[in-house]
Design a protein around this ligand. Structure first.
Ligand SMILES: [Zn+2]
Length: 89
């Protein structure tokens, strides 16, 4: 049965194990925020307390790119794809 989570609006098939797993991950990221532990190597250009801005480019590590894609994907979901973010790194 197709269901929509009332908290994160994710739609998934309730009896599909893989779909339920995807929902759990999406739900946790949406409700709790994406885990942003500092990576061993990241190009931080500004930081204050637990906030920071870092640059991701084609020369960045795979971990930096994966994290950036996840953040952009979440931001695009938040603004229904109309916030002008491009997912191309
Ligand atoms: Zn949910």
């Amino acid at each position: 049965m197709l269901v929509k989570c009332p908290d994160c609006d994710y739609m998934y098939i309730s009896d599909d194990i893989a779909d339920k797993s995807q929902h759990r991950k999406f739900h946790a990221d949406t409700i709790n925020g994406i885990s942003m532990r500092p990576l061993v190597k990241e190009n931080t250009i500004w930081s204050k307390s637990d906030e920071r801005i870092f640059v991701v480019s084609s020369h960045s590590s795979r971990a930096e790119k994966v994290r950036a894609r996840k953040i952009v994907g979440m931001a695009n979901n938040d603004c229904d794809g109309n916030c002008g973010l491009i997912q191309g790194v």
